[in-house]
Design a protein around this ligand. Structure first.
Ligand SMILES: [Zn+2]
Ligand SMILES: [Zn+2]
Length: 296
């Protein structure tokens, strides 16, 4: 197929180049000028479809299928499948189904995920609307545990490290096999806990910043792009899901009353998050802050 195409395209390109070459020496007739312009315009269009930053043939196929997506979207609405009060912002081009706000398609799970934050390779699962709180709690308490372990075993680590340094002295120390294993295990424990505390601590702090701003990891990228675009026009970006720092945390953790800080945050709790992840009306007690403006 490619061979046939190149057989046709090759002579056509050669003729056009010859004509162009002639055209440079003499004044080009209007018909030839029009042809050259159309050829160049066609080339730009083709390249913009195939060689753009969104990644090659997938983008071209998506663009070609756009009318079909539009048709499916409208058919679904007319047939009543989507006749709910759920506001959909677009249609997922992989699932071919309406996509609510804050929903993203995960290419690894191969499905749309409500309020998708990211796909976690450690959990081998997506972090989204229903498990975001569990993910954050896990990171936070795991970091606390590692810090406690590192801090608590600091003296033991120093003693074990000092003992290991004497292994190659003359005369050699008289440590038993069991004592040597204990020394090495203590050093290994301390290094492991400290490195996990640092790495996971950084991730937890980053997620805490995002939660305080009412954003997911994906929205952080899209909001930043959007704010740059609007700033160039002299406008200010406004995140509609940012209810203010404290209220963002209350919504995220599901804290409705003061007692919930104990029963739902400090103690294990299986309560569901606010809302169903499809529509994003804030709880009644945050409506006063819903007009908060965030300039990213
Ligand atoms: Zn999808
Ligand atoms: Zn996923």
């Amino acid at each position: 197929m490619r061979g046939q195409r190149s057989l046709l395209l090759g002579p056509a390109r050669l003729c056009l180049r010859l004509l162009l070459l002639l055209g440079y020496r003499r004044r080009r007739p209007p018909l030839l000028r029009g042809l050259v312009q159309r050829w160049r315009y066609g080339k730009v269009c083709l390249r913009s479809l195939l060689f753009n930053s969104f990644g090659g043939s997938d983008a071209a196929i998506d663009a070609a299928f756009e009318p079909i997506y539009w048709l499916v979207d409208n058919m679904i609405r007319w047939c009543g499948v989507g006749q709910t009060d759920i506001a959909t912002v677009s249609i997922c081009k992989k699932c071919i189904y309406p996509k609510p706000a804050r929903t993203h398609h995960c290419s690894i799970c191969n499905r749309c995920v409500l309020k998708m934050d990211h796909h976690c390779p450690w959990l081998n699962n997506c972090v989204g609307h229903y498990n975001h709180r569990y993910f954050f709690s896990f990171c936070f308490f795991m970091t606390l545990g590692c810090v406690y372990c590192s801090y608590g075993s600091w003296d033991l680590f120093r003693e074990a490290y000092a003992a290991i340094e004497t292994y190659h002295q003359t005369p050699p120390p008289t440590f038993s096999f069991r004592e040597r294993v204990t020394h090495k295990s203590l050093v290994y424990l301390w290094f492991l806990c400290s490195s996990v505390a640092l790495a996971l601590g950084a991730l937890t702090v980053w997620h805490a910043v995002l939660i305080s701003r009412g954003e997911t990891s994906i929205e952080r990228l899209t909001n930043r792009k959007e704010s740059c675009r609007l700033r160039a026009k002299g406008k200010v970006f406004r995140n509609h899901y940012n209810y203010g720092c404290l209220d963002n945390w209350k919504v995220f953790l599901g804290v409705d009353t003061g007692r919930h800080w104990l029963t739902r945050v400090l103690l294990p709790s299986s309560h569901l998050p606010h809302g169903n992840g499809m529509s994003w009306d804030p709880p009644p007690w945050v409506t006063a802050h819903s007009t908060s403006v965030m300039a990213v």
